[in-house]
Design a protein around this ligand. Structure first.
Ligand code: PMV
Length: 341
């Protein structure tokens, strides 16, 4: 029996090393986190696209399938709508077969276990859920429940969707939510290498401030126009940390990982993407016994991360809260996108 509805889930992500420099060709290391985005996608009879995404204030958003990707799209609907449009442009035969002849439209509901303010990558997670779902739902291979797209093909359509909307970005978040685990990653998916790790002694603190990734990338690129050599040197210095961090992670030498995080934080500070709030949380963590700490992601807001020995976890969490942050309990290195039902 052919299915007309699937539910897919995909994890959030946190950058461990290499943000910003990754946009300029240096590698980074990212881990998938255990709070997930869930999306239910249904092929419907009416030729209408429908979306409910209560986490981003989208209720009962509708438009004709023929207008997908066109006109003004509300912010909260952009990634999901463009993901559907890009899938259908790339695979028109699937549209013809399933949507025009047999069924007419698509109904999507997304629900996130994490707050979209945290910077865990809710946009890329929902994009990936949609592409994976359409890959599961459309086309003739459906009856054997196998996705017809490979992970890399899902990456390519999802990354294109992110670039269509944001204009900039390395795609690390897209890779993380697809492959899960902890990845060594190079822009555009040139290298996507899973690191075999058991678990990470990761503590996460939310700053309470929403970071805007594109604004921060632009801010750094303005600085690079004024100080090209200095900024390039900073990117290279960050890049040099990545193989060292990779080896330390694989050895389970978290003390060394912590030292490298502190270096990375210093370089990010020099790029101008730290903030007094993040610095307070980072320094408080170190003083409470963390191996090391840094901001994670575009900077200025969102989250900071620390690695700490088990005996210091509570003290570090308390220190983050005392510095005005919110300690978030989270699993890392978790499974990537998957079919739930
Ligand atoms: O703001 P986030 O968590 O999406 O992280 C941005 C990281 C950057 O390196 C600045 C951008 C990117 O796409 O790699």
């Amino acid at each position: 029996m052919k299915k007309y509805q699937v539910t897919i889930s995909a994890p959030g992500k946190l950058m461990l090393f290499g943000e910003h420099a990754v946009v300029y060709g240096r590698p980074c290391i990212v881990t998938a986190v255990g709070q997930r985005m869930k999306a239910t996608i249904e092929l419907t009879k009416e030729p209408i696209f429908q979306l409910n995404a209560p986490d981003v204030q989208i209720t009962n958003y509708q438009k004709p399938m023929t207008k997908l990707g066109l006109g003004d799209i509300p912010k909260g609907a952009k990634f999901v709508e463009m993901a559907v449009a890009n899938f259908l442009i790339r695979h028109p035969e699937r549209l013809a077969k399933d949507l025009s002849r047999m069924r007419g439209g698509i109904k999507i509901t997304t629900k996130s276990q994490f707050n979209s303010q945290f910077g865990f990558g809710s946009s890329s997670a929902s994009t990936v859920c949609v592409i994976k779902a359409l890959s599961e739902l459309t086309g003739k291979k459906l009856s054997n429940k196998r996705s017809f797209l490979s992970d890399k093909a899902i990456f390519d359509i999802s990354y294109k969707t992110v670039l269509d909307i944001q204009g900039k970005g390395s795609g690390f978040d897209v890779a993380s939510t697809i492959y899960g685990g902890t990845l060594y990653f190079v822009i555009g998916g040139k290298v996507i290498k899973p690191l075999k790790l058991k678990s990470l002694p990761l503590i996460v603190g939310y700053s309470g401030i929403k970071a805007d990734t594109v604004t921060l990338i632009n801010q750094v690129s303005q600085k690079a126009k004024k100080y090209p050599q200095i900024i390039d040197n900073l990117y290279s210095s960050i890049g040099q940390l990545i193989p060292l961090a990779q080896n330390a992670l694989l050895r389970g030498d978290f003390e060394n990982v912590g030292e490298l995080m502190d270096f990375n934080q210093g370089y990010l500070s020099s790029l101008g993407v730290s903030s007094s709030k993040l610095e307070a949380m980072i320094h408080a963590s170190r003083e409470a016994g963390a191996y090391g700490a840094k901001l994670s992601g575009a900077g200025v807001g969102d989250c900071m991360i620390a690695f700490a020995p088990p005996s210091k976890v509570n003290a570090v969490k308390k220190a983050i809260e005392k510095a005005g942050g919110k300690a978030i309990n989270i699993k890392s290195n978790v499974e990537g996108v998957r079919l739930e039902s």
